[in-house]
Design a protein around this ligand. Structure first.
Ligand code: BGC
Length: 447
């Protein structure tokens, strides 16, 4: 005899429906996919040699600059997406100080026109880690001047590309930029200094505030509705020793210092939505542990837990935690990034379904989640790790630049198309998924 009542059984088999108008998308960033961004600080840094773990350089990346049509077609037809998050490359548009490359603007305009034709709403990121080299020569984000340069760029973006943008993302992961460039020193400009790091954070918040005002003024004049926010790298945390007061204190400090600090410093009123990039779960022992080690990864003690190919712990429940935490601000939430690097696509499928189930619980519990952008549409240049980690729903063979959608792309596409997780997909959550998947793939490729 079953233990479930008929009603519970029905509920159990009902699809996990997402709110109407939910945005289903993927994300990319210009430098990681376009190729040939020779005026960027990263390009120069790569040429020094020895910085990129797998010995590659970004080079042609995945030639998205020329193949974006094919990529948008995949996003809309194969993945059934209705949204897309992309960035513009500042160093391409303003290759030297104050000089705009009008051809590059035209190219982005063509790109955005095509995205719209494919039915994709656009989240446009203004700054995604890379900078024009000329800006770095003037002190980059450490000097107040960046506010002038950045806002001038945003104004130009509004005038040239604003009509295509539904959601603006002023800065991608401001705190990660600072940690990697000024504390962990894994990325340029590799200047270890807490003082400089603090200045950079401050200037980022000033830039965001200025951009917020400017974009709203621009939209207001044109009677357009617009939404402005950032993509914030947020982590979930558990305490390593649950009775240790110090561990609790450390977790609270890291949580405030990482997940919330940008909102405090920039003012919550300058965020129309909360963009959350969710990858990390930390098991916190002490703040010193966190700072002493080179990166956040080791802090999670992830070796003992299931993790991606680059050692990041996979903890689907964490996306529920961060959404519920941020729901307290009473703002719309978008998951602006979430994904994993793996060569095992069955694992990718299981983890995606796991994350989306948890996201659905968060929605049921009242978090105002309006969209989810999986990272990433394509395999791409994974910063200082090079091309070895594969985050893409679509595989890219870099020799031929051929795109091949993985099965995970089909699964994600079916969820997006239905705006729901069908009960059928819950079978992928167990660990013995390979056989189930093979059977599923067979039946879906026959139809
Ligand atoms: C960044 C992406 C990056 C991804 C995976 C995020 O922190 O915004 O550019 O590829 O994580 O590492």
């Amino acid at each position: 005899m079953g233990i479930m009542s008929e009603r519970t059984k029905d509920l159990h088999y009902e699809p996990r429906q997402f709110p109407q108008g939910f945005l289903w998308g993927t994300g990319t960033s210009s430098y990681q996919v376009e190729g040939g961004n020779q005026r960027a600080d990263w390009w120069k840094w790569e040429q020094e040699g020895g910085h990129i773990a797998d010995g590659t350089t970004s080079g042609r990346a995945v030639d998205y600059w020329n193949r974006y049509r094919e990529d948008f077609a995949l996003a809309s037809e194969h993945l059934h997406n209705n949204a897309y998050r992309m960035s513009v490359e500042w160093s391409r548009l303003e290759p030297s100080e104050g000089e705009w490359d009008e051809e590059a603007f035209t190219h982005y305009r063509e790109m955005l026109t095509e995205a719209k034709r494919c039915g994709l709403q656009i989240m446009l990121t203004v700054h995604h880690f890379t900078n024009p080299q000329w800006l770095m020569d003037k002190g980059g984000w450490e000097t107040r001047k960046v506010i002038h340069f950045y806002t001038r760029f945003v104004q130009k973006l509004c005038d040239e590309l604003g009509e295509f943008v539904d959601l603006w993302c002023t800065i991608n992961e401001p705190m990660v930029y600072v940690l990697q460039g000024y504390i962990f020193l894994e990325w340029p400009p590799q200047r270890r200094s807490y003082y400089k790091a603090a200045k950079v954070v401050w200037h980022q918040t000033r830039c965001h505030r200025a951009a917020y005002k400017l974009i709203h003024a621009w939209a207001h004049e044109r009677n357009r509705v617009t939404h402005v926010g950032i993509a914030n790298n947020v982590s979930s945390m558990t305490i390593y020793r649950k009775h240790s007061f110090l561990d609790h204190l450390a977790a609270a400090l890291i949580d405030r210092g990482m997940n919330h600090v940008f909102y405090y410093l920039s003012g919550m009123r300058t965020h129309d939505y909360l963009g959350l990039n969710y990858y990390f779960h930390f098991r916190i022992k002490s703040v010193w542990d966190f700072l002493k080690r080179k990166g956040p990864v080791e802090t999670s003690q992830s070796a003992q837990f299931e993790s991606s190919d680059i050692g990041w712990e996979l903890f689907p429940h964490g996306i529920f935690d961060v959404c519920m935490d941020m729901a307290g601000y009473k703002k719309p939430i978008y998951i602006t990034e979430n994904g994993l690097a793996t060569t095992n696509d069955d694992k990718r499928i299981r983890v995606i379904v796991g994350f989306l189930m948890q996201l659905h619980y968060a929605v049921q519990e009242g978090a105002d989640v309006r969209g989810y952008f999986h990272w990433s549409l394509l395999d791409n240049f994974e910063w200082a790790k090079g091309y070895a980690p594969t985050f893409g729903l679509v595989e890219v063979d870099r020799a031929s630049m051929r795109r091949t959608p993985r099965t995970s792309a089909m699964v994600y596409g079916m969820i997006a198309e239905k705006n729901a997780i069908e009960h059928d997909f819950l079978r992928f959550l167990g660990h013995g998924t390979t056989d189930i998947l093979n059977e599923w793939k067979k039946s879906h490729t026959q139809t």
